[in-house]
Ligand binder design. Structure first.
Ligand SMILES: [Zn+2]
Length: 263
C-alpha cells in the first residue's frame, strides 16, 4: 500500500478576508507573517488567478485550548489515543486538546472519499474556525486501533501541528531535485488549485534559495517537514517527513505558546 502523505488544506478564496480579520483579532502578531499569494480556484486550470493576502494563523501566545469532536463513530479507545498524540505538543508548549461530545473546534473525520477530502490533512491554525460546522477540520483516513504507534506519531502529531498554526518546513535541495516537475505542476494544480508560480514557490524552491528570500532556518527532520507523494517523485519514493516531534519542534512550539512558569 502506498504511503499517504499530508496534503495542504486551505479555505476557499471567498473566505480569505474574513479568516484573515479573525486571525489578526486572535493574535495581532499574525500580521508579521503577511504574504501575498496568487491562487487559481481549484479545478479551474488555466483560469485567472486571484491575488489574496494571507496572514499568519497562529493562536494567542497565552496558550491554546481547543475542543475536539469526532464526525464518525470512532470508538472510545481510538478517540483517546488520537487525543493523546495530539497532546504530545503539550509536553513543551501551553497546548491542550480536550474531547467534547458536542461540536468541537477541531472536528476529526476518517474519510477516504471524495478524493479532495481523503487522505491526511488539517486546516492551519485559526482557519479551523472558518470551516463550516458540519465539515471536518482534520482528516485521518483509515486510522483505527490497528494502526501502528509510529503512524500515530508521524501523522497525528503532524496534523495537530497544522491545527496549532504550523506550516510545512521548506525542503532541502536534494529532496527538490528528486521531484518530477511536470508531475508536480499537474498534481498541485489538481489538488490545491495552485498556479505554476505558486508551485515553484511552495514546493520547487529548495531551502538555500528560500533562505535567501528571507525565510527563517528550516529543519528537514522536523515533524512539519514537507511531505510529498511518490507519484510526483522521479524515483517514485514518497518524502515521508519527520517521524516525531523533535527537540527543535518542541522548542519552536514552546516559543510560540510558552508554558506557564511555576511560582
Ligand atoms: Zn502537512
Amino acid at each position: 500500500m502506498p504511503i499517504i502523505v499530508c496534503r495542504l488544506k486551505s479555505l476557499p478564496l471567498a473566505t480569505f478576508a474574513a479568516a484573515a480579520a479573525r486571525s489578526l483579532a486572535i493574535n495581532p502578531a499574525n500580521a508579521d507573517h503577511r504574504r501575498r499569494v496568487a491562487r487559481t480556484p481549484a479545478g479551474q486550470r488555466g483560469g485567472t488567478p486571484r491575488i489574496a493576502v494571507v496572514v499568519g494563523r497562529r493562536w494567542p501566545t497565552t496558550g491554546v485550548r481547543l475542543t475536539v469532536s469526532f464526525l464518525d463513530n470512532a470508538p472510545r479507545d481510538l478517540r483517546a489515543r488520537i487525543l493523546r498524540h495530539m497532546n504530545a505538543w503539550g509536553a513543551s508548549a501551553n497546548v491542550v486538546f480536550r474531547e467534547t461530545r458536542g461540536m468541537g473546534q477541531v472536528r476529526i473525520a476518517r474519510l477516504d472519499e471524495p478524493e479532495d477530502m481523503a487522505g491526511y490533512w488539517s486546516y492551519v491554525g485559526t482557519e479551523i474556525l472558518d470551516v463550516p460546522d458540519d465539515k471536518p477540520t482534520l482528516n485521518l483516513e483509515g486510522f483505527t486501533m490497528r494502526t501502528s504507534d509510529a503512524e500515530f506519531r508521524r501523522v497525528v502529531r503532524h496534523e495537530a501541528g497544522h491545527t496549532l498554526g504550523f506550516d510545512h518546513e521548506h525542503m532541502r535541495r536534494d529532496m527538490v531535485q528528486r521531484i518530477d516537475r511536470a508531475k508536480a505542476f499537474a498534481y498541485f494544480d489538481r489538488t490545491e488549485g495552485w498556479t505554476r508560480h505558486e508551485i515553484e514557490e511552495q514546493v520547487l524552491t529548495p531551502l538555500d534559495d528560500a533562505a535567501i528570500m528571507g525565510t527563517t532556518e528550516s529543519d528537514p527532520l522536523s515533524i512539519m517537514c514537507y511531505q510529498l507523494p511518490g507519484s510526483i517523485m522521479k524515483d517514485r519514493k514518497p518524502i515521508k517527513g519527520g517521524a516525531d516531534i523533535n527537540p527543535k519542534d518542541h522548542a519552536f512550539a514552546a516559543g510560540l505558546y510558552p508554558p506557564r512558569t511555576r511560582r
